[in-house]
Design a protein around this ligand. Structure first.
Ligand SMILES: Cc1cc2nc3c(=O)[nH]c(=O)nc-3n(C[C@H](O)[C@H](O)[C@H](O)COP(=O)(O)OP(=O)(O)OC[C@H]3O[C@@H](n4cnc5c(N)ncnc54)[C@H](O)[C@@H]3O)c2cc1C
Length: 436
């Protein structure tokens, strides 16, 4: 296993705060939720005795800083997509699109151009940006329908978190690997993959650019993210194939896109929004709103519209999230500036003074996946006309170069942990079938 980072896990990155900080619960810089009840993850959780806790709190809505209670329980997606007759009609049309594949924006322009649909257009675009990290001007409506159907098939409106930390899923998987037959080379960047049918050489270098001994094998499974596969050859982490991959694979890359997100974890001294806080119980006048059983807080904020707690656990963290094109300006900024904008956004969403939040803040945490050379974005989505792309990208070349990773999931689970795991299983079966 060749891994560019100094750790396993890739876009799963659990952080455990140092002793001394308030509380020791794990925080997720990357993937956080188990979306629905995917058998792969449920199976691992059971085998590894991991606790999956279902989100069960209340969703709140903030409109121009005005807070109102949303639905209790599971359906944050429905909440985010909004509820009105116009929204339902627009969403149903997108989900049941029978015409030639088109972008979401094209469907809006041809079917819902009238001002009557403006609010529905905005709500649905916001949902697609936030949840799928996708650009409405590029994303395939057929793929949107496929992902929603795939999620529905595994009870996708229910959300869980791995209380022990998402990285424990990886720890368990790695513990099952036979050490006498495995080499794990961390801090090792694959830069060139030379292949002929039945033989592969992976040329690698260290993080500081030193050429290392190459790996040779009968076959290889490439799990590099789409952003890495499409990075220009001179970029850090880029992977060159010699000979170049077949035209079908190159075309597939062009039909997919890497979505961008911003995720900022704000860690406060106490969960000040919760009515069970000692300060609140003591009756002191709260400077901040009380949001009982807060789970998701969905807002119209232009910078970071979506917020959540560690529901069902009560910890003093609020996580801010944005996805899609609105994040473009944010991801180009320094981490401290992104965190500063997150604090500004939260002050707007809760309609409180920034100074009140500053005084309560203990620490912020974030990882910029867009500028991370080994991810180059958050997760992939399919562009209009690209429905065959995940399957095409996942097709083995000459029984020698195999592909896995979320972008190769052809079952509508792109962009998820369980989707990535399923492709790993698929690629493993293919390798076994090819080499016996
Ligand atoms: C902020 C964020 C939040 C998310 N939230 C969720 C969520 O709540 N639920 C969910 O299901 N999914 C979520 N996802 C998506 C999920 O994390 C991914 O779909 C999944 O982890 C991808 O797994 P993968 O194996 O395909 O890719 P990765 O995990 O990215 O693995 C690819 C590996 O290749 C390595 N690599 C890259 N280039 C090289 C190179 N040149 N040489 C050697 N190694 C290299 C990388 O370091 C990495 O370890 C989230 C993602 C992000 C970024």
């Amino acid at each position: 296993m060749v891994e560019a980072r100094d750790r396993l896990g890739g876009r799963i990155w659990t952080m455990r705060p140092d002793a001394g900080a308030t509380g020791m619960w794990p925080m997720e810089l990357g993937a956080e939720f188990v979306h629905g009840r995917p058998p792969d993850i449920l199976g691992i959780a059971q085998a590894a005795s991991l606790t999956l806790a279902e989100l069960a709190g209340t969703n709140w809505i903030s409109t121009g800083g005005q807070l109102s209670r949303g639905a209790t329980g599971d359906d944050v997606e429905a909440e985010e997509a909004g509820e009105s007759e116009e929204n339902d009609t627009t969403w149903e049309t997108v989900m049941g699109w029978q015409g030639e594949d088109a972008t979401l924006q094209e469907v809006f322009a041809t079917q819902f151009a009238d001002v009557r649909w403006a609010a529905a257009r905005e709500q649905i675009a916001r949902y697609v940006q936030g949840y799928d990290a996708a650009d409405p001007a590029k994303v395939s409506v057929r793929w949107l329908a496929q992902t929603e159907a795939a999620a529905a098939a595994i009870d996708g409106s229910r959300q869980y978190r791995v209380v022990d930390g998402y990285d424990r899923v990886l720890t368990w998987l790695y513990a099952g690997v036979a050490p006498e037959r495995t080499v794990l080379a961390l801090n090792t960047l694959a830069h060139t993959l030379r292949w002929t049918p039945g033989a592969v050489t992976v040329e690698v270098r260290s993080r500081d650019g030193k050429e290392l001994e190459p790996f040779t094998a009968r076959a290889v499974v490439v799990t590099a993210p789409l952003g890495v596969l499409t990075a220009p050859a001179d970029q850090l982490g880029a992977l060159r194939f010699l000979p170049e991959l077949p035209q079908g694979h190159l075309a597939a890359c062009a039909k997919l896109a890497m979505g961008q997100t911003v995720k900022v974890i704000l860690r406060f001294r106490e969960p000040f929004w919760d009515p069970w806080q000692p300060a609140q119980l003591g009756g002191s006048a709260p400077e901040t709103p009380i949001l009982p059983r807060l789970s998701f807080l969905l807002s119209d904020d232009a910078v970071l519209p979506t917020w959540w707690t560690s529901d069902p656990l009560l910890t003093p963290t609020l996580t801010g999230w944005a996805g899609g094109p609105p994040t473009e300006h944010l991801v180009r900024q320094a981490d401290a500036d992104i965190a500063d904008q997150a604090m500004e956004a939260l002050a707007r969403v809760l309609d409180v003074r920034r100074a009140d939040l500053d005084r309560r803040l203990e620490q912020w945490h974030l990882h910029n996946w867009s500028t991370d050379p080994f991810a180059r974005g958050a997760y992939s989505y399919v562009r209009a006309g690209g429905m065959d792309a995940p399957q095409q990208l996942g097709t083995a070349v000459a029984g020698t170069v195999f592909f896995a990773g979320e972008a190769t999931n052809a079952d509508g689970h792109t962009g998820t942990v369980h989707g990535a795991l399923a492709t790993g299983r698929r690629a493993a079966d293919e390798v076994l079938a090819a080499i016996g």
